[in-house]
Write a protein that binds this ligand. Sequence first.
Ligand SMILES: Nc1ncnc2c1ncn2[C@@H]1O[C@H](COP(=O)(O)OP(=O)(O)OP(=O)(O)O)[C@@H](O)[C@H]1O
Length: 232
Amino acid sequence: MECIKVKDLLKRYGNTVVLNGISFEVKCGEKWALLGPNGAGKSTTLKILAGLIKPDKGEVSIKGHDPTSLDAKRLIGYLPEDADPFPALTVEDNLKFMMVLRGIKNEDRAEKLLELLELDKYRKYKAVELSRGNKQKLAIAMAVLHSPEILLLDEPLNYLDIPSQDLVIELFRSFRDSTFVVSTHIMSVADKLTHKVMVISNGSIKWMGTFEELKSMGESVEKVIAKLIKGA
Ligand SMILES: Nc1ncnc2c1ncn2[C@@H]1O[C@H](COP(=O)(O)OP(=O)(O)OP(=O)(O)O)[C@@H](O)[C@H]1O
């Protein structure tokens, strides 16, 4: 069954076309990387899937729901690029606020995430007082608090040191049955979190396939991706 269906997406900012007829389908449980250079249209695609912005043309379905609907929002956990939790709230109050928004009654989940991401000692810190990496970890905890079926992650490992990356990767890997779309321009990040790759450049999908296919294309994966981006 498809969890995400996207057909002929067109998005303009002013006169600039930033998504030019993108179509793809993601089956439930699949984990896809959206790989492409700066400005390719990755974040814009994720924002449309998360229902934050609307395309100018095209269709998007999240398990049959419009992405702006409450039904879709219940299914989705979205981590924006440069996520910024509420600065004046403490770490634990940010999580409590999300619990209220999401209608989560049991506090165990928030406690477990604080422990798992080693944020426990910062629970009384206001988000504004956190380091950039710890802010990212808090934003990740907030995005996954409701154990979403569909995770839309924009550059999830940004700002994280290697031990923190390992904690976050372990957390995401615990979402075995969830559907992932992960935007990144770093191949190694894609490789750690996903199994399939969409290469996007200039608002168009240039290639879709598995890591195995990419790796069997002869040259180093980075070189193959660079060629796919150029459309060579
Ligand atoms: N709010 C906006 N107003 C105008 N142009 C925008 C806006 N948001 C994005 N763009 C433009 O849309 C294009 C695609 O941007 P997008 O952020 O989707 O790219 P990206 O692939 O996520 O890039 P990056 O890897 O740098 O984050 C870029 O040319 C960007 O300048």
